[in-house]
Design a protein around this ligand. Structure first.
Ligand SMILES: *Cc1c(COP(=O)(O)O)cnc(C)c1O
Length: 239
C-alpha cells in the first residue's frame, strides 16, 4: 500500500468510527447514514484510491475541476454529487457526470437542469439547498434558498422532466442566529424536511454535516454527511 493510500485508509477509518459512534449515541442504525467524501482540490489519483478503499459517494463543488476529474474516474463505480454554487452555463457539463446536484436554489437552475437531463437522456437527483440564515424565500450569501422558498422550488423540481426530487441539503450558517449552533441549524433543517415529505414522501435525503459538525448532523437525523478535510487533509488553498 502506498503512503497516501495508508493515510486515506486511516482517515477513513477514523471518520467511519465517528459516524458509527454518533449513530450509536443517537440510537440510529449505522446504515441510515451515508458518507460522501468531498474530493475538491484533491487529484483524481486520490479519488481512485478512495474507490479502492470502498468509498462509493464523492462530491465536488466546481465544474471546472470536477469535469476532468470525473472523466478520469469514469471507470470507477462512483456516485458523483455536485455541491457547489452552480451557474446555468455550467449545467450542461455538470449533467454529463453528476448523479445528484445538491445545491439547487432557484427556478432558473431547475429549468436548466431539466433541459440538460432530458438532452442527455438521463435522470438526475436533486436536493434543494436550504439557506437557514436567509429570510423567507431570499437566497443565501453562500447559495441556498430561504426556508420559505423550499416548498415552491420542490414543486417545480417534482414537475420537471428528467429530475428526481431527493430531498434537502444545508451548510450550517457561520453567522446569524445559528452561528456556533450547528445542532439547532440541523434540527431546523429536519423540520423543513418533515414538512416537505408530507407532499413528497420519497424526498427523504437530508444532506448535512461536514468534518467539524458531522456528529451534530447525525444526531439531528441527517442521512448523508459530506466530509472533505477529515478524510483528505486540510485543503491546499487553506494551508
Ligand atoms: C467543502 C465542502 C464540504 C466538506 O467540508 P470539510 O469541512 O472539508 O469536511 C461539505 N459541503 C460542501 C458544500 C462543501 O463545499
Amino acid at each position: 500500500m502506498t503512503d497516501r493510500k495508508a493515510e486515506l485508509a486511516a482517515n477513513l477509518g477514523r471518520v467511519t468510527e465517528r459516524i458509527s459512534a454518533a449513530c450509536a449515541e443517537a440510537g440510529r442504525k449505522r446504515e441510515e447514514v451515508t458518507l460522501i467524501v468531498v474530493t475538491k482540490t484533491y487529484p483524481a489519483s486520490d479519488v481512485r484510491l478512495l474507490a479502492e478503499l470502498g468509498v462509493r459517494h464523492v462530491a465536488e463543488n466546481r465544474d471546472q475541476e470536477a469535469a476532468p476529474k470525473a472523466a478520469e474516474c469514469a471507470d470507477l463505480p462512483l456516485i458523483w454529487h455536485f455541491v457547489g454554487q452552480l451557474q446555468t452555463n455550467k449545467v450542461r457539463s455538470v449533467s454529463s457526470y453528476a448523479d445528484v446536484v445538491q445545491s439547487v436554489d432557484r427556478k432558473r437552475l431547475v429549468d436548466a437542469l431539466s433541459r440538460a437531463a432530458v438532452g442527455a437522456a438521463r435522470e438526475m437527483g436533486v436536493l434543494i439547498q436550504v439557506a437557514l440564515d436567509a429570510d423567507s424565500d431570499e437566497r443565501g450569501a453562500r447559495g441556498g434558498v430561504g426556508p420559505g422558498g423550499v416548498e415552491r422550488l420542490a414543486e417545480s423540481v417534482a414537475e420537471a422532466e428528467g429530475l428526481r426530487l431527493d430531498g434537502l441539503m444545508t451548510v450550517a450558517p457561520l453567522t446569524g442566529p445559528y452561528e456556533g449552533r450547528p445542532r439547532a441549524a440541523f434540527d431546523r433543517l429536519m423540520e423543513i424536511s418533515s414538512r416537505l415529505r408530507v407532499a413528497h414522501p420519497a424526498a427523504n435525503m437530508v444532506s448535512a454535516g461536514m468534518s467539524s459538525d458531522l456528529e451534530e448532523a447525525v444526531a439531528a437525523g441527517a442521512t448523508h454527511v459530506r466530509v472533505g478535510t477529515a478524510v483528505l487533509g486540510v485543503r491546499p488553498s487553506l494551508r
